[in-house]
Design a protein around this ligand. Structure first.
Ligand SMILES: [Zn+2]
Length: 307
């Protein structure tokens, strides 16, 4: 893993922060709550253009910085060509991986820590008719949630589904996400080591019961964290991780399988026999594939598989 040259990284980040603090009219740079300089200034994802633009903005504000070096210090900038502090993941622009990339996960031996000590309550993969893109780990509200690897905080915000959520970009290009927090204790641009506290665990967003939803992504594509982490022992499975087309194949297969299944969303007045009639199947077949009994009470909004 390429270790950050902290001073230069700080230059890049203090440029971002300084621009945030000094611009009198945010409308001229865009963004309702401060400026994401790297995103705003890289409209065409061209690093050379971004350097020029950042250099121009910095000059206008009287800030001195070595833009070339600064950009290089944004973790994974060469892979992503952007640093967006608003959009959690950009599914539309998720890029395919054609070659095998070998990522260094640990150089010094203390480059990884489990984000919380709790046991696994729900694995990665299809769940109740939807894809579950992370691991759920048990915790109590208020328990510390820590960064799994060293990196820089890219996202710290509230989201309808994820609740209070933090995303950290790591130096090898991986990103990790920590969701449903009760409190966030970091801001975009903060440099973190493995084990640094990002926030407190909770039950915010689309969550039923306190837990940590933990995701690992590469170029916006989800990876099953248990390919990388031995959850039971709280250790890395290996010091390196190979990323290739096949890394995402299990997910694609699960998604295709999900796509082939069809669901009825329960509305007021629905009964199992009415659903069975509607889709020309039988109550017993519906009960079997959904693992429910004929006397089960249907909830409004429940997804009942019928094929
Ligand atoms: Zn989850």
């Amino acid at each position: 893993m390429r270790k950050p040259r902290t001073a230069l990284l700080l230059t890049a980040l203090s440029l971002g922060l300084a621009v945030r603090a000094q611009v009198p009219d945010t409308a001229s740079f865009g963004g309702p709550d401060g400026i994401d300089i790297f995103e705003e200034l890289t409209p065409d994802e061209n690093p050379e253009h971004a350097r020029l633009e950042i250099s121009r903005a910095a000059k206008a504000l009287g800030i001195l910085c070595d833009v070339g070096d600064s950009l290089a210090m944004i973790p994974g900038y060469d892979l992503y060509c952007h640093w967006n502090t608003e959009t959690i993941f950009d599914r539309e622009h998720a890029r395919a991986v054609h070659d095998t990339l070998c990522l260094d996960l640990s150089v010094t031996g203390d480059d990884f820590m489990m984000p919380c000590p709790g046991h696994l309550t729900s694995p990665f993969g299809p769940r109740r008719g939807r894809m579950h893109y992370g691991l759920d780990l048990k915790l109590q509200t208020g328990d510390p949630v820590i960064s799994a690897f060293p990196g820089v905080v890219r996202i710290s915000k509230y989201n309808k589904s994820y609740g209070h959520v933090v995303v950290v970009r790591h130096h090898n290009g991986l990103e990790t996400l920590y969701a449903h927090l009760s409190k966030r204790l970091v801001e975009p641009g903060h440099i973190v080591e493995a084990g640094d506290t990002l926030g407190k665990g909770g039950n915010t967003g689309r969550s039923y019961g306190s837990h940590l939803h933990f995701e690992v992504r590469f170029l916006d594509q989800p990876i099953d964290p248990s390919l990388i982490v031995d959850v039971e022992n709280g250790t890395l499975k290996a010091k390196t991780f190979d990323i290739h087309k096949g890394t995402f194949a299990t997910m694609a297969a699960a998604k295709a399988q999900l796509g082939a299944r069809k669901y009825h969303v329960v509305r007021s007045g629905d009964t199992l026999s009415a659903i069975a009639r509607k889709y020309r199947t039988s109550v017993s077949a519906i009960c079997r594939i959904n693992g429910i009994s004929q006397r089960s009470v249907l909830r409004l909004g429940q997804r009942v598989r019928y094929n």
